[in-house]
Design a protein around this ligand. Structure first.
Ligand SMILES: [Zn+2]
Length: 135
């Protein structure tokens, strides 16, 4: 274990490159991830933006979050997958298209060794926007 003397976060590797500070924006969050998945996270962010153009970015629950009247969707990077958190009902509404994915209530795992289904993400985001607009 190595503890960064500046931000005091702990890492497995000595001198691990990371965003050294408090993560307060999605840019910070992406900058803090491994190089190989930064582009992927940026593409997911762009997909969410394209389908929720009025949503505002923030960090909530330490995750990139899009907010429009409420938290629309979060995503987060893990070692072997990207987690997408569109709320509790999404996994049942989209169950037909989630066969083969690991899911739990309100969470979908996109494994990093498979191409990301951006169409599915787009449809989930549009569905979430419709949902909040009905409120
Ligand atoms: Zn640091």
């Amino acid at each position: 274990m190595w503890k960064c003397p500046k931000c005091l976060r702990e890492f497995k590797n000595i001198q691990q490159s990371h965003f050294c500070g408090q993560i307060i924006s999605i840019d910070d969050y992406i900058a803090d991830q491994a190089q190989e998945i930064r582009q992927l996270l940026q593409a997911i962010r762009n997909t969410i933006h394209a389908n929720a153009p009025h949503a505002v970015e923030k960090i909530s629950w330490q995750m990139p979050t899009f907010w429009q009247k409420e938290n629309l969707i979060h995503f987060a990077a893990f070692k072997n997958h990207i987690g997408l958190y569109p709320g509790g009902e999404a996994t049942s509404v989209f169950s037909d298209r989630l066969i083969g994915y690991k899911t739990s209530k309100g969470a979908i795992q996109f494994p990093l060794d498979k191409p990301i289904d951006y169409d599915l993400i787009s449809d989930i985001v549009r569905w979430r926007v419709e949902q909040v607009n009905k409120k």
